[in-house]
Design a protein around this ligand. Structure first.
Ligand SMILES: Cc1cc2nc3c(=O)[nH]c(=O)nc-3n(C[C@H](O)[C@H](O)[C@H](O)COP(=O)(O)OP(=O)(O)OC[C@H]3O[C@@H](n4cnc5c(N)ncnc54)[C@H](O)[C@@H]3O)c2cc1C
Length: 395
């Protein structure tokens, strides 16, 4: 049986980041296993938005530290050719009068207190940055210049390439079928190509985390939820790369938007999606009623898009926890097991720092941020990570 110091299950953007950071922190023999290929899980379905706007202050810190990595990605990986596809266009968030207004104000104040560069815009300033939108209902407009979007698949494959350069072995098309344990301690994994011995295992299995729950007989709350993403085309009002990512708290679906290049706008909902009974990342149906409903909301904010066409669409699956925030760190009661899952639709922007702190936790090093708030135990103690908007899709 081959022996490794650390085995990582999953080579999405989180597992790949973990692998890179393990090598950077000096781990000697690391094996990453994925039953598919690098980044081909839910990472490939991501909208790629990067911002630090959160109402949970711990998330602001994770996102802030991660932004500095995205913003200087090639240097961080020590590879001139590495790219995360960053488009640094900023992030604008709008609330109208109503129940989202004070939570937005409080979140922006908190971000400022945490040292995030932020501006409050009046409608004329907002229109300058976003000439295709209307702002007559806007009661508060926040703008984060150090934000934008990037390519999650490219990021995952770049982390993986850097990890391989650092000596990590990554094996694709290998399924982990069981966690091997002795006396409450991890001793390896059983896979489709045989067993591997390891004293430490890191699971970054995302929507497939229920498999780990089965192997360990632990309760690991997470539910798969499907979301649709639309790319709309409008030649009269192109959403250019110079225009910010846009979050519309005033819309019924709390829609988020970004440029999709050319004349295209990417749009999706920021509310609860379609609950699935099993983890299935395959493409789902996007009903015409859904398209009409989202299209109507888009046209309310971007009037020229009333006549927009659909250029493309896809679905992706979130790994949703009860408080819409991830579980990070050791799993109590099992020595040698570290988990990172439950990103609930916002894990890409956190992936650089999450990968680093999971690697630190696995190697027994101090972590850059405290993992205590993200502990699995919060679901039993009730110390949930509740943001200023309350529990739900806006963390
Ligand atoms: C539609 C959509 C839009 C999103 N938009 C954004 C956004 O704008 N900004 C943002 O920050 N985040 C966004 N996210 C979330 C973000 O993309 C995810 O949180 C992130 O990509 C998850 O990465 P991961 O590595 O945890 O999971 P995955 O990429 O799903 O990787 C998990 C891997 O584990 C492997 N695996 C699982 N079980 C096993 C096993 N037993 N054996 C071997 N391999 C196994 C799988 O094959 C898979 O490759 C979005 C997500 C979706 C679906």
């Amino acid at each position: 049986m081959n022996t490794y110091d650390v085995v990582v299950i999953g080579a999405g953007v989180v597992g790949s980041s973990v692998a890179y950071h393990l090598s950077k922190l000096g781990a000697k023999s690391v094996l990453v296993l994925d039953r598919a290929t690098i980044g081909a899980g839910t990472t490939a379905q991501s909208s790629g938005i990067l911002r630090t706007h959160y109402s949970v202050k711990e998330n602001v810190e994770l996102a802030h530290k991660s932004w500095s990595v995205f913003n200087d990605f090639a240097a961080y990986l020590g590879d001139d050719e590495a790219s995360c596809g960053l488009v640094k266009c900023g992030y604008m968030i709008v609330a109208a009068e109503g129940d989202k207004l004070e939570p937005l104000r409080a979140s922006l104040d908190q971000q400022k207190a945490q040292g995030i560069p932020l501006e409050i815009l009046d409608t004329a300033q907002a229109r300058e940055r976003m000439p295709i939108a209307r702002f007559d209902d806007a009661a508060l407009i926040g703008y984060e210049p150090e934000a934008g979007f990037a390519d999650a698949y490219l990021t995952a494959t770049s982390f993986a390439r850097a990890a391989r350069r650092g000596g990590v072995t990554i094996r694709e098309n290998v399924s982990v079928n069981q966690l091997l344990m002795e006396n409450g301690k991890v001793v390896g994994v059983s896979t489709s190509i045989g067993d591997f011995a390891a004293g430490t295992v890191i699971s970054t299995q995302n929507i497939w985390t229920p498999e780990l729950a089965g192997w360990t007989s632990k309760t690991l709350p997470v539910a798969p939820e499907r979301h649709a993403v639309l790319a709309l085309e409008c030649a009269e009002a192109p959403y250019t790369f110079a225009m910010p990512v846009f979050k519309d708290l005033a819309s019924e679906g709390m829609l988020y938007y970004r440029s999709y290049g050319g004349n295209q706008m990417l749009v999706s909902e920021g509310v609860v999606g379609e609950k699935l009974s099993v983890a299935d990342p395959e493409q789902g149906d996007i009903p015409m009623d859904y398209v009409v409903d989202v299209g109507t909301q888009v046209a309310q904010r971007f009037p020229a898009y009333e006549t927009a066409g659909i250029a493309s669409s896809w679905t992706g699956v979130y790994d949703v926890t009860p408080d819409w925030n991830p579980v990070l760190g050791a799993l109590p009661g099992i020595e040698g097991l570290v988990v990172g899952y439950g990103f609930s639709g916002h894990g890409f922007k956190l992936s650089p720092t999450v990968g680093k702190v999971l690697a630190q936790a696995a190697l027994g090093l101090p972590t850059d941020v405290s993992l205590e708030p993200y502990s699995i135990e919060r679901f039993a103690t009730g110390a949930l990570l509740t943001g200023k908007y309350g529990l739900g899709a806006v963390s």
